[in-house]
Design a protein around this ligand. Structure first.
Ligand SMILES: [Zn+2]
Ligand SMILES: [Zn+2]
Length: 294
């Protein structure tokens, strides 16, 4: 199939726009979307020290590639990476080396005395996904706070936002979406999500085109509800704008919840939404966090 903008062979089809795009025009379109998100949200300001959180996913490598391209000629912002080893041995640290970006590391084994695999065995896949999410976020935020990093960049995509909203709806935890914390960890380091408006498949394709996709793409993340993931994927395959619609609805509702009179019980320790007075993140911390160095 030919590219919608030139005569080259297309490598990407966007079902939601009906467009086929070649590598050049796909890259242009992709980077324009991510830049727009960065600009609109004022995510890259003079004096910022931004670190991409790496846990071994190709989307995070793509994010580092994108932010490196965006900031390499700027002297007023500094980019680094924080590699979190969840015990799978794969953190994407080679990507940081590839771009010559300053790299900091943290390890589940050292910090928590456990690994992602051990958590999956002990807690089951769905709970373990959420637990790893809290622990990885906390560890990245701890390192960021210690190193003077002002923002943590996460490779959240449209699919991630749609799926967490959908799972929250089905699981009755919709406050997790409505009152989502835009900071990480108890250190409350602000997060940025430049790929929030881009589908996962395109993020993985971008990673490949940037030469930072080591072992290709995983399908659905292991975080959250896998039944919901399968249901959403099959519906989205027939109705290609579904994930955008869900992600946009989540954004709209978050805005309404934030400005309206909808008050919500937030955890005083970490700012996460609480349910029946309980903070999931803090319960995870209590169970798994050891004092540093103990
Ligand atoms: Zn083209
Ligand atoms: Zn809390």
């Amino acid at each position: 199939m030919q590219c919608a903008a030139c005569r080259r062979e297309a490598v990407v089809f966007q079902p939601y726009s009906g467009k086929y795009l070649c590598p050049v025009h796909f890259t242009k379109d992709f980077e324009a979307k991510a830049k727009r998100a960065v600009r609109r949200n004022r995510w890259l300001l003079p004096g910022d020290r931004t670190a991409v959180v790496l846990t071994g996913d190709a989307a995070e490598a793509a994010l580092l590639a994108f932010l490196h391209k965006l900031t390499k000629d700027r002297r007023d912002v500094r980019l680094s990476a924080i590699a979190i080893d969840e015990g799978t041995g794969d953190t994407g640290r080679t990507v940081a080396e590839q771009f010559g970006v300053e790299l900091f590391s943290g390890s589940f084994a050292e910090r928590y005395g456990t690994t992602r695999d051990a958590l999956f065995r002990a807690e089951g896949p769905e709970a373990a996904g959420r637990i790893c999410h809290v622990l990885a976020g906390d560890l990245a935020a701890e390192i960021a706070a210690a190193r003077g990093i002002t923002r943590l960049a996460l490779a959240t995509t449209v699919d991630d936002r749609a799926l967490s909203f959908f799972s929250d709806l089905l699981g009755g935890t919709v406050e997790e979406t409505l009152f989502v914390s835009e900071t990480l960890g108890t250190a409350r380091v602000p997060v940025i999500r430049p790929f929030a408006d881009i589908p996962t498949t395109e993020v993985y394709r971008y990673a490949e085109l940037c030469g930072v996709s080591p072992e290709g793409a995983g399908a659905c993340g292991t975080d959250g509800n896998s039944d919901a993931c399968a249901a959403l994927a099959s519906y989205d395959a027939r109705h290609p704008a579904t994930k955008f619609a869900l992600a946009n609805l989540a954004t709209t509702l978050t805005g309404i919840a934030g400005t309206g009179r909808a008050t919500h019980d937030r955890c005083p320790a970490c700012g996460s939404p609480r349910k029946a007075g309980r903070c999931f993140a803090c319960e995870v911390r209590k169970k798994y966090t050891r004092e540093p160095g103990s």
